[in-house]
Design a protein around this ligand. Structure first.
Ligand SMILES: [Zn+2]
Length: 357
């Protein structure tokens, strides 16, 4: 017999006599309920997992004689639809994933789903990380720690001393060794539940990306060369229907973009819109002494790490729907102001997009 209970993470707080905050103060999860009559609070108190819905309704109607049974039933339905009820008994005692399961339960607003259902989706998923540099190291580590079933790493490079200020899978004794070899070994040491594989190769053509995309559920593009690599990924994933995520930074500006093909605008729609915007403005003149110099790669463990963490978060959102972040756009954070600084999210595919238009 179903005995509903408010999720512990969503436990309500009553503000004075009139208002209730449920789901905590986090926007996107929490909400405010106006309760001048006090019966909603009584209902929430009764939803402690010891009574059936029928018993809760009968109890409320007895205590508040003007209340209709249908009103109480509707309020229970609303709490269920809001994702505030724990419906499936799912003990989260598990040495490794216990804290993560509690977080899934907190963020998941899907009625009738347990935290274990979310974890199982991760365990069944295969993610390929192209480029285990600054962003890729952090993203791959997050995915392995979180219990994604299979993580495949691709990189052609060897570890250099200048990588060690941000590429968290490598140490001084790894300098000169192939990145993939070290990354795979270190990731396996972190979580033997996860199948970790790798290949030491350079992505230098769309054909190779096509193979990688068909072999995974989500592709992480964390390499920045060759320069066309994002467009290739966009095209290839549009063809194969593979969800993909890219992350990076431009100095203190950190970005993450994530796409679920055929559900909205693609990466190249955003790029086309951006180029159109630039073309509509006044002509630009660049500082001539700068044109002959190669662009310095400004990065540290914070910029690479923040980007890598957001990439892993986006990957897990694409796999599980938790949290339900709308895909098909690019998000940015300005680390100088500590705020969201840009968002390229078009409402629909661009008619002049070379990839999907
Ligand atoms: Zn497009």
């Amino acid at each position: 017999m179903f005995r509903p209970m408010i999720k512990f993470e969503h436990r309500p707080v009553r503000h004075g006599e009139d208002w209730i905050q449920i789901g905590g103060a986090v926007r996107g999860v929490g909400s405010r309920i106006h309760d001048p009559g006090g019966w909603v609070w009584a209902l929430l108190e009764a939803l402690d997992g010891t009574r059936t819905v029928g018993q809760v309704v009968a109890d409320l109607v007895r205590r508040f004689p003007t209340l209709l049974a249908t009103d109480v039933q509707e309020a229970v339905n609303d709490l269920r639809a809001g994702g505030y009820l724990q419906e499936v008994e799912a003990p989260v005692q598990d040495g490794r994933y216990e804290r993560g399961l509690v977080l899934w339960r907190w963020m998941d607003r899907t009625p009738g789903r347990s935290a274990w259902d979310v974890q199982l989706l991760l365990a069944q998923a295969r993610v390929t990380v192209v480029g285990v540099g600054g962003v890729g190291c952090t993203a791959a580590l997050d995915l392995v720690l979180s219990g994604v079933g299979h993580v495949h790493c691709v990189d052609h490079d060897v570890v250099e001393l200048s990588n060690l200020n941000r590429q968290i899978l490598y140490t001084e004794r790894d300098v000169g060794c192939p990145k993939v070899e070290v990354a795979v070994r270190r990731l396996r040491e972190h979580n033997s539940d996860v199948q970790v594989t790798g290949e030491q190769s350079r992505v230098d053509a769309p054909t190779m990306l096509r193979r990688l995309a068909t072999e995974c559920d989500v592709l992480v593009m964390a390499a920045d060369t060759p320069t066309a690599i994002h467009s290739w990924t966009s095209e290839v994933c549009q063809e194969t229907g593979t969800a993909w995520v890219h992350g990076g930074y431009d100095g203190p500006q950190v970005t993450v973009g994530f796409y679920q093909p055929h559900t909205g605008p693609c990466h190249d729609c955003g790029q086309t819109a951006r180029l159109r915007e630039v073309a509509a403005g006044p002509p630009l003149t660049f500082w001539s002494p700068g044109t002959s110099r190669s662009k310095a790669h400004a990065a540290n463990a914070v910029t690479a790490g923040v980007s890598g963490n957001y990439v892993a978060h986006a990957v897990m959102s694409l796999i599980t729907g938790v949290p339900a972040i709308p895909a098909n756009g690019e998000f940015g954070w300005n680390l100088v102001r500590l705020q969201e600084s840009q968002r390229v999210a078009l409402d629909s595919p661009g008619p002049d997009c070379p990839t999907c238009g």
